[in-house]
Ligand binder design. Structure first.
Ligand code: ITT
Length: 204
């Protein structure tokens, strides 16, 4: 609870919102995407409750509701994953675990003999205010799994994901702003930003 008191002090500005996550890359990307909307996400150490579900939406909804009820503050939770068609949607909701255990190399090995490289990334952003239901914003980027690891930037499966409309580059080979323009996270957080400035800040 002492931690919460300190974090609450950091939120003097109404445009700052707690982001419940352990992933610093997500925070960096989300803040890049939301800065044109005048919104800043502050990483919170509050524990993200992860229910067992195949649905990113359900996972993100429950986690946001759980955190808001205990923190009495508006919060954001984001759940995302890589879905590979030939692997029947694997790793999907297990992306974080699979990345830790197998990494990009492991996914490439699993797809050794597979020609259909079709895949997508999905991102679900869940925003929840005290005494309200979570509101959900989704983003999807379609693409393909590369045949080898390419590029140095980004995180997670970025070096093996080639988005449509990205000139054949992996997310790791392109500048961060290009990834944001095309990415699942960019799409979901921009939807949230639009909604927030019209519905919470009443600026539109
Ligand atoms: P939190 O739950 O603490 O927010 P996490 O990394 O565990 O962090 P998820 O459960 O949403 O987050 O797991 C999503 C995983 O999918 C993530 O760890 C990456 O391995 C992968 N992933 C998601 N978005 C990605 C992106 O933009 N680029 C590369 N990999 C991504």
């Amino acid at each position: 609870m002492r931690k919460l008191g300190r974090e609450a002090d950091m939120l003097a500005d109404t445009h700052k919102i707690f982001f419940i996550t352990n992933n610093d890359h997500k925070v960096k990307e989300a803040n890049r995407i939301l800065s044109p909307f005048g919104i800043e996400l502050i990483k919170s150490n509050f524990i993200k409750l992860e229910i067992q579900s195949k649905s990113l939406k359900k996972i993100a909804k429950y986690a946001a509701l759980f955190a808001t009820k205990r923190m009495f503050k508006p919060v954001i939770v984001e759940d995302s994953g890589l879905f590979i068609k030939a692997l029947k949607g694997f790793p999907g909701p297990f992306s974080s675990y699979v990345y830790d255990k197998l990494g990009c190399e492991g996914i490439l090995k699993l797809m050794n003999d597979i020609n259909d490289r079709t895949a997508l990334f999905k991102c679900v952003v869940s925003f929840c205010q005290p005494n309200s239901k979570p509101i959900i914003f989704e983003g999807i980027v379609y693409g393909e799994i590369s045949f080898e690891i390419r590029g140095n930037s980004g995180f997670g499966f970025d070096p093996i994901f080639i988005p449509k409309f990205g000139n054949g580059l992996t997310f790791s080979e392109m500048p961060p702003e290009d990834k944001d323009r095309l990415s699942h996270r960019g799409k979901a957080f921009r939807k949230f930003g639009e909604w927030y400035i019209s519905n919470i800040l009443n600026l539109k």
